[in-house]
Design a protein around this ligand. Structure first.
Ligand code: C2E
Ligand code: MG
Ligand code: MG
Ligand code: MG
Length: 289
């Protein structure tokens, strides 16, 4: 009896696995075609100076509306792209698209604007990643310091030595590195000291209740002190309410990002926002490298 139950349960699980595999295959082939047919888009979410409201940078976020699947979130498509290796071509497209945006904005406004781009583990660990980036920024003729690579702690775990080596090579070539979703991973302070990162992004998990949870508040405040001592820049992610904004501002956070300021926007809308929100004098203060 138990045996039979066990067997039917196994069938149930393998059917579920088969569904999962099927979903992967479906997304993967449609995503491959979407990339070829230019159906993918980057949206841009502003990063703002919490004291002044000025837009200081933007994060590029991948968007895909499939005719058959509807909106497919990055959290669903990136793992699929990683699994099948499509991430290499997709990642390259994402970085080139960011460079085209930086270049285009410079052409139309005369100003340089920095963009942060998410990099996946497989993309980051692929041999030749640094060389490829160097080649791309040369081609688009933009200062590498305008491209900020957002990495997560989890992608350092497999081979910390290699990760540090790659980060050093990237930073030597002038690229900026930010540690994304900070606080949710397992980076020890000993490692963090060796990472050539210039920015930490405190994960939304600590920001949501920062104004009413003593533990989150303590972590946030400690991070302000810590990043100041380490000479790192600090961004709070996922600010949705003005109480969070006020609280973080009082704590000494300089930068933030979240729906309170703006959702991620299609490129044209983002550029319009930039033009209305940014005094030219402000943009000029961003060094062209
Ligand atoms: P992430 O890099 O931590 O990006 C922040 C996510 O939080 C984005 O979700 C953004 O839309 C969302 N967000 C921003 N402000 C708020 C807020 O105030 N409240 C809430 N609830 N959410 C907010 P999204 O675009 O769905 O991306 C999810 C994750 O997928 C990203 O997390 C990133 O890890 C990954 N991702 C997105 N675009 C790319 C890409 O081009 N390449 C790679 N490799 N990964 C990407
Ligand atoms: Mg990010
Ligand atoms: Mg994040
Ligand atoms: Mg995230």
């Amino acid at each position: 009896q138990a045996k039979r139950q066990g067997r039917s349960r196994m069938c149930y699980f393998s059917a579920e696995l088969a569904d999962k595999a099927q979903e992967y295959l479906t997304i993967e082939s449609k995503l491959r075609r979407a990339l070829e047919n230019s159906e993918l888009q980057l949206y841009y979410q502003p990063q703002v100076d919490l004291a002044t409201g000025d837009i200081v940078a933007a994060e590029a976020l991948l968007r895909w509306h499939s005719d058959e699947l509807g909106w497919v979130s990055p959290d669903r498509m990136i793992p699929v792209a990683e699994e099948g290796g499509l991430i290499i071509a997709l990642g390259r497209w994402i970085i080139e698209e960011c460079c085209r945006t930086i270049r285009g904005y410079h052409r139309s406004s005369g100003n340089w604007f920095p963009i942060a781009v998410n990099v996946s583990a497989r993309q980051f660990l692929e041999p030749g990643f640094t060389d490829e980036l160097v080649e791309i920024v040369r081609f688009y003729d933009i200062p590498p310091s305008l491209l900020e690579l957002e990495l997560t702690e989890s992608m350092m775990l497999d081979d910390v030595g290699k990760a540090i080596e790659t980060m050093k090579a990237l930073s030597f070539k002038g690229f900026k590195i930010a540690l994304d979703d900070f606080g949710t991973g397992y980076t020890s302070l000993a490692y963090l000291k060796q990472f050539p990162v210039s920015k930490l992004k405190l994960d939304r998990a600590f920001v949501t209740d920062v104004h009413r949870d003593v533990n989150d508040a303590a972590i946030a405040e400690a991070l302000v002190t810590f990043t100041r001592v380490m000479g790192l820049s600090l961004v709070a992610e996922g600010i949705e309410e003005s109480v969070q904004h006020e609280c973080l501002n009082l704590m000494g956070f300089r930068f933030g990002q979240g729906y309170l300021f703006s959702r991620p926007l299609p490129k044209d809308q983002f550029i319009s926002l930039l033009e209305t929100k940014l005094g030219v004098s402000f943009v000029r203060t961003i060094p062209p490298d």
